[in-house]
Every structure is written in structure tokens, then in C-alpha cells.
Design a protein around this ligand. Sequence first.
Ligand code: HPA
Ligand code: ZN
Length: 315
Amino acid sequence: MYDWLNALPKAELHLHLEGSLEPELLFALAERNKIALPWNDVEALRSAYAFNNLQEFLDLYYAGADVLRTEQDFYDLTWAYLLKCKAQNVIHTEPFFDPQTHTDRGIPFEVVLRGIKQALVDGEKQLGISHGLILSFLRHLSEEEAFKTFEQAMPFRDAFIAVGLDSSEMGHPPRKFQRVFDKARSEDLLTVAHAGEEGPPEYIWEALDLLKIERIDHGVRAIEDERLMQRIIDEQIPLTVCPLSNTKLCVFDDMRQHNILQMLERGVKVTVNSDDPAYFGGYVTENFAALHHSLGMTQEQAKRLAQNSLDARLV
Ligand code: HPA
Ligand code: ZN
């Protein structure tokens, strides 16, 4: 039914690999690693995917990630996502991974990175999907802990294109991470950050001015600040918007209230992304389909959104 959306060549610029862990794979990895789960079956787990806000989702997302233990697990997770990309004509992806989610439970940094990176390299060769990997810091942890993670990553510097910032936004403003982002830029890494998902426009200003980001992840609350909107339009700063995520996490009560098309028509460089597709009900094509279904997105608008995603690539 949405073949025309599937057929558009697209880039995905906002995707957490840990958020692409489908319940079926989660159960398979739990069995492989002999981990007891608090849910009886896949259906019971899926029915727990009802969230009132970002934090309720994150609690389940970090719990789910506990089944990821070996290099092969991270490979399988990433490969499954790449097969979805192939099926939906996502020709380039710039995924995030959250090393601290794993190193804090005793999984070595290199186990996580090697599994993910090998799958991405195989994906280029076997599926023709190009990539740039983004190391994301957990903002609910301290800057000191982010620095520690950065030091662990430096022996693998060439595996990344950028650093990012995710997890609980409220109370953890971008300025908390200014020095570690300065350090990353001194190593010629690019920077992006989640801002303006639940947090206020001030967090977007900080991400731009202090973290010197190339793209804003989410950024939907920019619309509350006209001066910020003008800057984003004038400088053509891309927003990586995630419509299904925003409705599942109650950033908007209903898809019909989503502001992505309004932003598009004002000249904001908005893109469509899936964020955590296993938890929010769909990959990139399903996000486009929701915009068509609920907001009347036209073919011409879909083409512009897809072109924006190709233009907003970091590599
Ligand atoms: N926001 C913040 N942190 C996240 C998200 C998100 O949507 N998904 C995974 N980590
Ligand atoms: Zn995100």
C-alpha cells in the first residue's frame, strides 16, 4: 500500500541501534545467553510498550538492552536493522549507539563496537548501504563518565563520524557536556545532540552555541521560539524528526497535531526517522506512512523530506 514511500531513496539520520531490538530477537538472545526475562512471551513484552513520557520508555529500553552480551549479539542486532533498511530503500544510515548502557553492565567497549562495526561494514559490501556511526553519551550520567567513555573510544577513533547526546533530557541541559564535546571536536569528530524533544527551546540554543552541533535530533519544540526558528531556517540546520516516537512518548497527543509539515513548509530542513523502531511501531517507511495517513502529506512533500535526509548526511 505504501510502495511509493518505500521506493523513495532515503537516509536515516536518527536511529538508536538498541532501539531496533525487536521482541523476537530480544527473546532469542535471552535464550542464547541464558537470561531469565520478566515477561512470559513476546506478546507480553509488546503489550508493555505503552509510554506516557520519555523516561517510561527509557526504563524499558535499558532493561531490554541487557540481553545484548556478546560481539555476535551486537552484530545480529545491527544486521537485522540493516535488512530493514534494505527492504525500505534506506540507502544510507547514521545510527547511534550508547556504549555506557553496556560498559556499565560490564560489557567491554570493544565487544560492543566490534559487533556493530562489522555488521555495518558487511552491510556496505553485501547490501550496498553506506553508514556513519555516532557514539552517543547518556546525559543522565556525569560529564566525567562521558569523558571516560570518550577515552575508551579513542583507540577506535576511525570507527566514528560524530558524538551525540541522548537519554533523559529534562534537567540535563547540553551545557553539562560542553567540555567533552569540545574534546570530541578537537579530534575532528562532528557533533549532534537530542534537544527540544521534551526539553525547552533554550536546550536547542545551548546545543547550537555550546556543543556546536551540525544537526538537531528531534527539535520539535523549536517552534515555540520564533527567533530560534529563524536561525534554523536561515542556517538550514537539519532537524531529525521522529513522528511515531513523538506520539508514542506523548510529545504530541496525536499525529494530527505533529508540526513536521508545518516546519517543512516554513523552510526548515526536517527529515523523517524512526528513533527506536522496535518500540514505537515502525521503521522509516511506517513513519512516512503515518504522515500521509494523519497529516495528508503529499507525494511532493514526501520527496522533499526524503531529499532533505540525503542532503543532511554528515558523510
Ligand atoms: N530520546 C532520548 N534518548 C533516547 C531516545 C529518545 O527518543 N531513544 C533512545 N534514547
Ligand atoms: Zn533519539
